[in-house]
Write a protein that binds this ligand. Structure first.
Ligand code: B1M
Length: 209
């Protein structure tokens, strides 16, 4: 549908005003919120996410695209509640204890939101106990741990050990610049993603595994 392709293009350009205008038009045309999200918004974020992964665009472009996407989701929210859209899953996300970096974590959250997940963002400097408590209270499918410092990435293991101690099967996804696949395996995380765009794919594969 042409209008959904246009929404996808304007998301990639980060043109919030045009995304908002076209989102309102699609509602007037009775196009379902699910189609608007899947074929317009998620499609656009997916394309820019790939470009980000390949260093073709950078953080500012991602944040501008995300701002446009958030605006559209705001407009669509009442429609989504009416249409009772099924969430793809729930992710509790945050930067681990001692870590105040949040730009990458926010991008990961945005990609998940764009892919139809419910996001509970606990912010920065989040303790293992708080991750676990929030995930339990919200019957989350995933906990997403972000760390940017070699001194804080070691705190990720506390959450994983805490979940194991309580026999909880919530999957843990980890990421952040100093991490490696090897480190993720060593701390027994369920999944590791090197960037925001691949994180959603990793989570989806964990849901089916
Ligand atoms: Co800080 N900082 N910083 N910093 N900072 C780094 C990380 C550092 C590499 C700079 C350097 O020395 N070259 C260095 C870490 C060294 C190390 O440990 N190896 C460092 C340091 C040392 C520090 C302080 C200790 C400095 C000081 O006070 N002496 C201090 C620590 C504060 C703390 O956390 N306790 C500090 C503070 C800060 C600021 C507050 C000034 C600011 C943060 C602002 C904010 O986030 N709101 C800041 C910044 C901006 C940086 C740099 C410049 C940029 C980080 C960033 O946002 N990158 C960084 C140097 C650099 O990277 N060039 C640096 C962009 C972002 C999109 O990438 O976060 O990697 P990234 O996220 C990616 C992936 O990693 C992945 O996806 C994202 C998108 O693709 N990803 C996940 C991230 N989380 C994921 C979770 C997932 C999956 C994927 O699943 C859940």
């Amino acid at each position: 549908m042409e209008i959904l392709d246009q929404i996808s293009d304007f998301i990639q350009q980060g043109n919030m005003d045009e995304v908002a205008r076209l989102t309102n038009s699609t509602i007037e045309q009775n196009i379902s919120p699910q189609d608007i999200i899947d074929k317009g918004l998620v499609s656009g974020m997916g394309i820019i996410g790939e470009k980000f992964k390949n260093n073709e665009v950078f953080v500012p472009e991602m944040l501008i695209a995300a701002r446009a996407m958030n605006k559209a989701l705001e407009i669509l929210e009442p429609e989504m509640i009416n249409a009772d859209i099924k969430s793809a899953g729930t992710l509790v996300i945050g930067s681990v204890e001692g870590d105040l970096h949040d730009i990458g974590k926010n991008l990961v959250g945005i990609m998940f939101k764009g892919a139809g997940f419910k996001i509970i963002d606990l912010g920065v400097d989040v303790s293992a106990d708080r991750f676990i408590k929030t995930a339990k209270e919200n019957t989350a499918d995933f906990i997403g741990l972000s760390a940017l410092l070699t001194t804080t990435m070691t705190n990720m293991e506390d959450t994983i050990k805490g979940l194991k101690a309580e026999n909880l099967s919530i999957k843990v996804l980890v990421g952040g610049a100093p991490l490696t696949e090897k480190f993720a395996r060593e701390i027994e995380a369920d999944g590791y993603a090197p960037d925001a765009a691949s994180a959603v794919g990793v989570a989806r594969s964990l849901l089916t595994s």
